[in-house]
Design a protein around this ligand. Structure first.
Ligand code: SAM
Length: 213
């Protein structure tokens, strides 16, 4: 079932993976980290730097990030195609907007100040659909909105490939960090948080990307 797109979902590497923890099981790791006193809201802190009124949490999973953003007063829509993940999000926050849909042909008919794919979402979309996903995410950006992605850097989907997909979608890199806490990006690192914006838009248009604090 898909209520945000015109076509049937094509699936994802997440839905077909046998080894991942889904639904309430997915949240256990985060609960354990929080109980151990670790920060579990780095993504929400990072996204709030842009002072968004609205955020599309693309590949929202169990709503970990969207629910925290909503708690801080941001209007959020969470989209995911994995029913057990979305069921957990709905159970935790029934009043928020959750959409079961595939990002590859997403069309919510509106835009957002921030479109975010935290939690390695770009590594889990179906192989070969990354460019189409980025294009649909870009279509949901407000004029001065930002696309924010955080994912591990492995052979599965490299940063140069992501930048090329963003470029093809009309987006420029404006910031890049090694962590959600804005540690400086160093080429060859194993994780990147990237911020892209429509080409030629915003205060940093034409500038070199910021790659650290
Ligand atoms: C590792 S989980 C991350 C969940 C959440 N973003 C977080 O940070 O906790 C990856 C999520 O991406 C979703 N996903 C992968 N490909 C997708 C697609 N094509 N459309 C919608 N969701 C997708 C999966 O269903 C899964 O819930």
């Amino acid at each position: 079932m898909s209520d945000g797109s015109g076509a049937s979902p094509r699936g994802s590497r997440w839905s077909s993976a046998a080894s991942v923890r889904r639904g309430a099981d997915y949240d256990v790791r985060w609960a354990e980290m929080e109980a151990a006193g670790m920060s579990v809201h780095g993504e929400a802190d990072f996204l709030c730097r842009f002072e968004p009124l609205s955020v599309l949490d693309a590949g929202c999973g169990t709503g970990r990030v969207a629910i925290e953003l909503a708690r801080r007063g941001v209007e959020v829509v969470g989209v995911d195609l994995d029913p057990p993940m979305l069921a957990e999000a709905r159970a935790k926050a029934p009043d928020l907007a959750w959409v079961e849909a595939d990002l590859v042909d997403l069309d919510l008919g509106r835009t957002f100040d921030v479109v975010a794919t935290p939690g390695n979402v770009m590594l889990f979309v179906a192989r070969g659909t990354e460019g189409d996903v980025v294009r649909r995410l870009a279509a949901h950006l407000a004029d001065e909105g930002v696309l924010v992605a955080g994912f591990q850097l492995t052979a599965r989907y490299q940063l140069a490939h992501y930048d090329a997909d963003c470029d093809a979608a009309g987006l420029d890199l404006v910031e890049r960090y090694a962590t959600w806490e804005c540690d400086p990006w160093i080429a060859g690192g194993d994780y990147a948080v990237s911020v892209h914006r429509r080409s030629g838009v915003g205060p940093t248009a034409g500038d070199e990307p910021r790659v650290g604090t």
